[in-house]
Design a protein around this ligand. Structure first.
Ligand SMILES: [Zn+2]
Length: 234
């Protein structure tokens, strides 16, 4: 994870005019942190935001993990998004998201808007980095989208199985149904009367970025509240 950015940096010196043209997508590994001078030298944030089809290399990362056995969402309907976000230290950090192609343009615009606004998102790795285990991903406060799985405690497929739902900062924005909280380690964050700058609230920057584009927020559901969750139909 460390060597690759150094190689890319060396290449960037030689290819600076090309990067500056805004024509090249730079693919640093998720979790890489960029300083402001690095970002400027590499042509700015535009070069780190892009949408790609699921090539063989990417498919090998998700096959049998988030793209589990019996997955009914065709590979051709999925896209890999490269994004930047502000981590909790306020630094520029690289993220990766897999979503449905029908959601790709929306999500690229949403994450760009949140990045430009300085909205804090701690980490954005594919859920495959957690073995496709949503509970591990949520407990680590990882923001993610596609995962071929059912809804919590049900057999019905989740919108995540279609790549049409995103969970943002899930540790601080848990799923709550009565006394049940997921992830369990987030129990203290089920109390929404607390003051927490990572809480998603109605009308805030994150909520508006999604709902303006027709996404629904799980935090406004009645029988349960899924504060991390935004979803859209195709
Ligand atoms: Zn969700």
């Amino acid at each position: 994870m460390r060597a690759l950015p150094r190689i890319v940096m060396a290449c960037a010196v030689l290819l600076a005019p090309l990067f500056a043209s805004g024509q090249m997508l730079i693919r640093w590994p998720a979790g890489s942190v960029l300083s402001e001078p690095q970002l400027a030298m590499l042509g700015g944030a535009d070069n780190f935001f892009g949408i790609e089809k699921i090539d063989d290399e990417t498919f090998a990362r998700i096959d049998g993990v988030s793209y589990g056995r019996g997955c009914t969402t065709p590979r051709k309907d999925l896209r890999l998004l490269h994004i930047l976000h502000r981590n909790f230290a306020g630094q520029t950090q690289v993220g990766e998201i897999i979503c449905n192609k029908a959601a790709a343009d929306d999500l690229l615009a949403i994450f760009r808007e949140l990045y430009d606004a300085g909205y804090p998102i701690e980490k954005v790795y594919l859920v495959d980095e957690y073995g496709g285990d949503d509970n591990r991903s949520m407990s680590d406060n990882n923001t993610s989208c596609f995962n071929f799985r059912s809804k919590p405690g049900m057999t019905q497929l989740s919108q995540h199985a279609l790549g049409l739902a995103v969970d943002i900062n899930p540790l601080y924005n848990p799923y709550v149904k009565g006394s049940r909280v997921e992830p369990a380690s987030a129990a203290r964050y089920a109390d929404r009367s607390r003051s927490c700058k990572y809480y998603i609230r109605q009308g805030d920057i994150c909520h508006r970025a999604f709902t303006r584009r027709g996404w629904r927020w799980g935090g406004s559901w009645h029988s349960s509240q899924d504060y991390q969750h935004f979803e859209k139909n195709k």
